[in-house]
Design a protein around this ligand. Structure first.
Ligand SMILES: [Zn+2]
Length: 173
């Protein structure tokens, strides 16, 4: 077993390759009437380019997905975005369509088993993955969480405020 596989098994027992996971989803919801023709998939994964292959696999099985998320994989679309998503469900008048929601955070695991980092294409050193969630953790540890939404850093500050109460004392490990 490789160091990568050991880390996955230790920290995420039962984790599946994405194709196997999507096979299981299809087997679970197919008998309930979910078909690509009458289903809109809503995908909430981090905007990190590393997640795009997973989204592509969903697109290939279920049709092009509606994107819910921003940084960290948390829905960031707001009321108007939700209204748009729900208005796009494939259903003719009087019929009901289906919505299939995929929502995931992500974390990098290097080939040597190091958790929380990824060496990306064209780079010579690993960087934090998920970088947004890692930054929020660092800010929480140092007592530097934002206290309000910054319109010039909307997604990150909104995500931080949704995940951590900045009035709480820094977490300890
Ligand atoms: Zn991320």
């Amino acid at each position: 077993m490789s160091s990568f596989e050991e880390s996955v098994e230790e920290l995420f027992p039962g984790a599946l390759p994405s194709e196997e996971f999507l096979d299981q989803v299809e087997a679970s919801v197919g008998p309930m009437g979910f078909t690509p023709e009458r289903t809109l998939s809503l995908v909430s994964v981090c905007r990190d380019e590393l997640t795009s292959r997973f989204t592509t696999r969903i697109d290939q099985r279920w049709g092009t997905a509606f994107t819910l998320a921003g940084l960290g994989g948390v829905p960031a679309l707001g009321r108007t975005g939700w209204q748009a998503a729900l208005a796009h469900i494939p259903a003719k008048t009087g019929e009901r369509g289906c919505v299939l929601v995929f929502g995931f955070p992500h974390i990098g695991i290097e080939v040597d088993g190091t958790v929380g980092f990824t060496q990306r294409r064209g780079q010579d050193h690993p960087t934090s993955t998920c970088g947004a969630l890692s930054q929020i953790f660092t800010d929480a540890q140092s007592g530097n969480l934002p206290l309000h939404v910054d319109v010039d850093d909307y997604e990150a500050t909104t995500l931080s405020l949704r995940l951590v109460d900045p009035r709480m004392p820094p977490a300890t490990l």
